[in-house]
Structures are given as structure tokens and as C-alpha cells.
Design a protein around this ligand. Structure first.
Ligand code: NAP
Length: 247
């Protein structure tokens, strides 16, 4: 049996287990299993991998950065982003080797290409956490200028929510929510931005996929925008992880 799974905490509403279990069933893959491994602390990781012989693991909040010291190799993208959401296990030498990848980058790029962003469009990235790092990596790679919006700006290039005004919204036509604000079960919350300055020229993206239409997207929709949730990204990152585990 080939063992796959997800580490993170908490994991009650995980998409991955359902996705991979259904995939194995639909594609008649009978030698693979995918299970959830909620870890209260990343310090439990060594014990977990000594008790189960994994082929691959997905990593989610809050361990995408904390997992890095436990890995033997990082691929270039994971190194540049500073976060890992996919681990491949290689047992070709005695010690075994754990390699870290960032397939969120691949997922967000797939979403961005689907949206066919017009040239010379600037982006506002709400939040500065792990997902924000993956998003800004892709924006840079695709030559899309951006500014990050944070509750606690750590440099002059990062904007505070209270600074968002008509001029900034007018000059940034892509708005990407990379914060968990509005995610289930806190569905009545949304990032604190002046929605009145959003127009039908804007493209609004929420990495949140549960609910499928967050309050951020609902408020943006009222202004007639083009929009997308995080589902395309989610499927694309899962498929990319599967590809890496099977290389
Ligand atoms: P994270 O590392 O915890 O970072 C989230 C960032 O959001 C924080 O650094 C913070 O930035 C901001 N934030 C957090 N709480 C906030 C609040 N109450 N008000 C305003 N801003 C707040 O989490 P993450 O890993 O980046 O994930 C963020 C979201 O993206 C989650 O909802 C996750 O499910 C989603 N995601 C989706 C996919 C997908 O495939 N669709 C992939 C990855 C992540 P500041 O401190 O700068 O304000």
C-alpha cells in the first residue's frame, strides 16, 4: 500500500482527503490511501514519519513554514517562496530523503491564466502570510506589479488597510484576498476594504473556497466585477502534488 496524507491543525474540514479518496476510487487506484494526520505541534512530525512509511504528504496551515527544518531538500520554487505544501519521500538510500515543494504556486498560476488578466494591470494582495508569498511569487513571475495590504505593514511598500482610497483602488484592478477572513465558519466576515471604489473594471479573487462565494466576493459582485474563488487553485495544487509524488 502507498501511503499519502495531510498534516496540519485543525483538519476537520479538509478537502484533500475527500478529493484523493474519490480520485483513487474513480480511477481504480487500489494500492493507495490518503489519511488525515492532525498534529498539535510540528514536533510530532518525526514520530509520525517513523510510524508510517509515506510516499507523499500535503502540508497545510499552520505548518507550511515550520516543516522546512525537517526536510532534506527544497525545490527552487519552495525555496524562493519560503513555504512547503507538498512533501515527496524517497527511499532509494538508507536514510530516506524528504523533498519539499510548493504546489500552491502552480495552483495560483493556473487560476491566473484562466482569468486572462489584461496587460499592464496592477494587483492588490490582501494579507502577507504563506498564501500571499505564493501569490506574489506568481505575480512577479508574470510581470504583474502589485502592492501588499497588511494590518501591520513592515515596510514602506506595504499598505495599511486604512490607507486604501479611491486612487489606490482605481490603479489596482486585480484584488486578491489571501487572508482567511470570511472562511467557514466565519462567513459573515470580510477584509476591511472600501468596496464603493470597486468597479466593473476590477477582477476580484478570493483564495477561500469554503464558502464558494465569500462575503468578499459577494460584496465585489455587487460592483459588477469579474471574480473567482480558490477552487481552481485547490484542484490544480492537488493534481500537481499527485504528479510530483508519482515522478
Ligand atoms: P496564514 O499564513 O495564516 O496568513 C494569512 C494572512 O492573512 C496573515 O499573515 C495576515 O496578514 C492576514 N490575516 C490573518 N487574520 C486576519 C484578520 N483577522 N484580518 C485581516 N487579515 C488577517 O494563512 P495562509 O496559509 O496564507 O492561508 C490564507 C488563506 O488562503 C486561507 O483561507 C487558506 O485556506 C487560503 N488558501 C487557499 C488555497 C487554495 O488552494 N485555494 C491555498 C492556500 C491557501 P497580515 O498580518 O499582513 O495582515
Amino acid at each position: 500500500m502507498r501511503n499519502f496524507g495531510l498534516i496540519g491543525f485543525p483538519l476537520e474540514h479538509s478537502f484533500s482527503e475527500k478529493y484523493f479518496t474519490e480520485k483513487f476510487s474513480h480511477e481504480n487506484i487500489s494500492d493507495c490511501s490518503f489519511n488525515l494526520y492532525p498534529l498539535k505541534s510540528i514536533k510530532e512530525f518525526p514520530e509520525l514519519i517513523s510510524s508510517v512509511k509515506f510516499d507523499g504528504l500535503s502540508v497545510t496551515i499552520p505548518y507550511k513554514q515550520a516543516i522546512i527544518p525537517y526536510l532534506n531538500h527544497l525545490d527552487d520554487v519552495a525555496l524562493a517562496v519560503g513555504a512547503v505544501n507538498c512533501i515527496k519521500f524517497d527511499y532509494s538510500n538508507e536514510q530516506g530523503a524528504l523533498s519539499g515543494y510548493n504546489t500552491d504556486v502552480f495552483g495560483f498560476e493556473a487560476l491566473l491564466h484562466k482569468l486572462r488578466i489584461p496587460k499592464n494591470t496592477k494587483a492588490l494582495v490582501l494579507g502577507s502570510g504563506g498564501a500571499s508569498q505564493a501569490v506574489t511569487y506568481v505575480l512577479r513571475k508574470n510581470n504583474i506589479e502589485f502592492n501588499v495590504v497588511s494590518r501591520k505593514p513592515s515596510s514602506n511598500e506595504i499598505i495599511n488597510y486604512s490607507e486604501l482610497n479611491h486612487d489606490i483602488l482605481e490603479s489596482h484592478q486585480i484584488i486578491i484576498n489571501t487572508t482567511p477572513v470570511g472562511m467557514y465558519p466565519d462567513v459573515k466576515k470580510c477584509p476591511d476594504i472600501p468596496f464603493q471604489f470597486i468597479t466593473s473594471e476590477h477582477i476580484c479573487i478570493d483564495l477561500i473556497y469554503n464558502p464558494s462565494r465569500s462575503l468578499f466576493l459577494k460584496q465585489s459582485e455587487k460592483q459588477g466585477v469579474r471574480m473567482a474563488n480558490g477552487l481552481i487553485m485547490l484542484y490544480a495544487q492537488a493534481d500537481k502534488s499527485w504528479e510530483i509524488w508519482n515522478k
